[in-house]
Design a protein. Sequence first.
Length: 106
Amino acid sequence: PRIRIKVESPTSEFYVEVREKSRVRELMKIIIKVWGNEYMNLYHKSTEMKSDQILSAYNIKDGSIIKVKVFAEPPNEELVSVVKFPKRDCTSSFKSMENNTKLSRF
């Protein structure tokens, strides 16, 4: 089954649809495509999410809200978990996802 979750940063937000059994890493890939920033931490209910865990490990369900803390450069890796993915061009279809205008499927 798929779940719809809200992804929020201090300056933007969008909704994304992912498989219930998706890993945090897969959600991070979608966020990178939408916002273009590779350095981030994800939080659900103030708990930092680890990239190798599945979303359900954090009790993420349909309608859950994920908070994103974005870094301009790689932070001290001893303090935060960062997953780096290859940089790709963001297509205009991904850009239109911001501010709730389009739903992403993963």
